[in-house]
Ligand binder design. Structure first.
Ligand SMILES: Nc1ncnc2c1ncn2[C@@H]1O[C@H](COP(=O)(O)OP(=O)(O)O)[C@@H](O)[C@H]1O
Ligand SMILES: [Mg+2]
Length: 212
C-alpha cells in the first residue's frame, strides 16, 4: 500500500466521522457529555492535515502519524484509546507494505489489546469493545473460512453493528456513561458507534478499490 492509498483510506474514515459528527455527539449527549462527535471530527481533521504535511513513507510511519495526531487532539477518554489502537496497529505493521487479510487480523487484534490494556474494559461494559471484540471474532472466523480482506471486513462490520445493538440493552460499567448506571440502558454507546463507523468506512474503501 503506497502513501497515497494510505492517505485515501484515512480520508474515507475522516469523511465518515465528519458526516456522523452530530449523530455521535447526540449519542454522547444522552449518556455522556456531548463531545464524542466533536472530539473525533477534530482528531480526524488533524490526522488529515498531518498526512498532507508529511506524506507517510511506509505503512508503519503512516499509522504512527495517525496515532500521534489522535492522541494530541481528540481528548476525552476516546482520544488516548483510539491513539493507542493506531499505535499498536503501527507496531503490528512493522516492515509490512501490503495489508493482507492476515495482517489486518493481526492489526485489529493488536488494536483491541491496546484499548483493553489502557481502558480495562471487558465485553459487556458498554464501550467500543462491544463493537470491536465481535468484529474481531467475525473477521478471524471469516479468515479461517478462506475469505479475502473485503469479505472478512464485511463480516466484521456486521458483527460490530450487532455489537452496537447489544450496547443498547446493558448499563455502562466504564467511562462517563457508567455514572448513569441503569439509566444508560436503552442508549447505544457512542464509542461502539464510532468504532463501527470507522470500520465501515475502511470496508467501503477496500471494496471500492479492490478491483482497481
Ligand atoms: N475504559 C474504556 N475502555 C474502552 N472504551 C471506553 C472507556 N471509557 C470510555 N470509552 C469509550 O469512549 C466513549 C466516550 O468517548 P468521549 O465522549 O470522546 O470521551 P469522554 O467520555 O471522556 O467525554 C464511550 O462511548 C466508550 O465507548
Ligand atoms: Mg464524551
Amino acid at each position: 500500500m503506497d502513501g497515497n492509498r494510505f492517505t485515501e483510506a484515512m480520508g474515507a474514515m475522516a469523511h465518515a466521522i465528519d458526516k456522523n459528527k452530530d449523530f455521535l455527539t447526540d449519542l454522547d449527549r444522552a449518556i455522556g457529555d456531548a463531545d464524542h462527535g466533536v472530539n473525533m471530527a477534530r482528531g480526524f481533521h488533524a490526522v488529515m492535515e498531518k498526512l498532507k504535511q508529511t506524506p507517510p513513507a511506509d505503512l508503519q510511519s503512516g499509522l504512527k502519524t495517525v496515532a500521534m495526531a489522535l492522541i494530541s487532539t481528540v481528548g476525552g477518554a476516546s482520544g488516548p484509546l483510539y491513539g493507542t489502537a493506531f499505535l499498536r496497529c503501527a507496531k503490528a505493521a512493522k516492515g509490512e507494505t501490503e495489508i493482507s487479510a492476515e495482517l489486518a487480523a493481526r492489526m485489529l487484534r493488536a488494536a483491541i489489546d491496546g484499548i483493553e490494556s489502557l481502558g480495562k474494559a471487558v465485553p459487556g461494559d458498554k464501550t467500543m469493545i462491544d463493537a470491536l471484540e465481535p468484529a474481531y471474532a467475525a473477521f478471524s472466523d471469516s479468515l479461517k473460512s478462506g475469505n479475502n480482506l473485503v469479505k472478512c471486513l464485511e463480516a466484521a462490520c456486521k458483527a460490530a453493528e450487532k455489537g452496537i445493538e447489544f450496547t443498547k440493552t446493558i448499563p455502562a460499567k466504564k467511562g462517563r456513561a457508567s455514572y448513569l448506571g441503569e439509566r444508560s440502558v436503552g442508549h447505544q454507546d457512542p464509542g461502539a458507534t464510532s468504532a463501527t463507523i470507522l470500520l465501515a468506512a475502511l470496508t467501503e474503501y477496500c471494496r471500492k478499490t479492490e478491483k482497481e
